[in-house]
Write a protein that binds this ligand. Structure first.
Ligand code: NAD
Ligand code: UFG
Length: 334
């Protein structure tokens, strides 16, 4: 069975491609390489012995995407491709709306034309906004505070409307919490260009000595130690959630939003400690004011994923830090 993975050379996409191949699916990757590298394909081959078919195509290139559907009999799509930096989305909103929304509309139209009606979409816990209290349930009202988040909420709406218009569609909207860590082989992981915005890639660069300290954004929240609490989830657990969601989509129609989180919250300082013990490195940190737009606490209720998909997270914070550290140490040494 051929599965098209958009954004398949990216961080979460590449881990999902590995599991898809290991589960016996034939994988076609579409990526424009705007935020990933072609070498990821070699790493996937090293892990699985199979190099997936690759198209360097932009989702904004309607004819280019159409050609992939003409050349292949595709049974389902896992749609990761998108721009994802919150701060950048505030600076260049039109690029974000164009890339994420227009790109998705192109994909959905072409899928419709080719009668491919199964899609798994990368949504985000960001759609719960600032006004809901954790644990966050899929039924809670949605709101967003930046263009990136707005694209996720709008795409969810578009896909729900699509299902209402045609009940043959099978759509799973996976709301990720905070993916971290890397494949245990240390061959694939997250390695952003420039100075990272997210906590784990930032800590990793402090650990390897490329940055001299971590800025901790706020220690006066109403949390266990005053620092922000998030639901960190191992990227391989997250990838496995997509395999389960794909199987679910193949047997059900509908448009279901499902949280992929562990259901547990961990503070910034708890992560610092866990990373120190995983890496054996000291992480220097400085307390800074709160970062605008951050909530104190964000973690999932993960019952729906268990009930509908038979999925729950298996890896703990220590696994996430060890695998994340091994990957960054591998990248730094090569
Ligand atoms: P990533 O940037 O590593 O991967 C996204 C991939 O999409 C990249 O390889 C990029 O080159 C590609 N891409 C972007 N625009 C494209 C286009 N127009 N055409 C073709 N390819 C394009 O990001 P990731 O962390 O793997 O995230 C995957 C998805 O999950 C994204 O949609 C992201 O918004 C969502 N998500 C990520 C997180 C997170 O913390 N990483 C959290 C919630 C949701
Ligand atoms: N933090 C720091 N210092 C840093 C970076 C982060 O103290 O240098 C803190 C933040 O204040 C927050 C926690 O670490 O308390 C996590 O921050 P991240 O930036 O790693 O993650 P967020 O929860 O802010 O957001 C991430 C993605 C969003 C996504 C959301 C939910 O960046 O795109 O998870 O999935 F929407």
């Amino acid at each position: 069975m051929k599965i098209l993975v958009t954004g398949g050379t990216g961080y979460i996409g590449s881990h999902t491609v590995v599991l898809l191949i290991q589960e016996g699916y034939e994988v076609i990757i579409l990526d424009n390489l705007s935020n990933s590298k072609i070498e990821v394909l070699d790493s996937i081959k090293e892990i699985t012995n199979i190099k997936p078919q690759f198209y360097q195509v932009d989702l904004l290139d309607y004819d280019g995407v159409k050609k992939i559907f003409q050349e292949n009999e595709i049974s389902g799509v896992i749609h990761f491709a998108g721009l994802k930096a919150v701060g950048e989305s505030v600076r260049i909103p039109l690029d974000y709306y164009n890339n994420n929304i227009t790109g998705t509309l192109n994909l959905l139209r072409i899928m419709n034309e080719h009668n491919v009606k199964n899609i798994i979409f990368s949504s985000s816990a960001t759609v719960y906004g600032m006004n809901n209290e954790s644990p966050l349930y899929e039924t809670m009202p949605l709101s967003t505070t930046n263009p990136y988040g707005a694209t996720k909420r709008m795409i969810e709406d578009i896909m729900r409307d699509l299902y209402v218009s045609d009940n043959e569609w099978s759509i799973v909207l996976l709301r990720y919490f905070n993916p971290i860590g890397a494949h245990e082989s240390a061959l694939i992981g997250e390695n952003p260009n420039g100075i990272p915005n997210n906590l784990l890639p930032y800590i990793a660069l402090v650990a390897v000595g490329k940055l001299d300290h971590l800025n901790v954004f706020g220690n006066d929240y109403d949390t266990i130690d005053g620092t922000g609490v998030r639901d960190y989830i191992h990227v391989v657990d997250l990838a496995m959630g997509h395999i389960k969601a794909l199987k679910y989509a193949m047997d059900h129609t509908g448009a279901e939003a499902i949280n992929l989180g562990t259901g547990n919250g961990t503070s910034v300082l708890e992560i610092v400690k866990a990373f120190e013990s995983a890496s054996g490195q000291h992480i220097e940190y400085v307390i800074q004011p709160r970062r605008p737009g951050d909530v104190a606490t964000c973690f999932a209720n993960s019952n729906k994923a268990k009930e509908l998909l038979g999925w729950s997270a298996t890896k703990n914070i220590n696994d996430m830090c060890v695998d994340g550290w091994n990957f960054i140490a591998h990248v730094t040494n090569n």
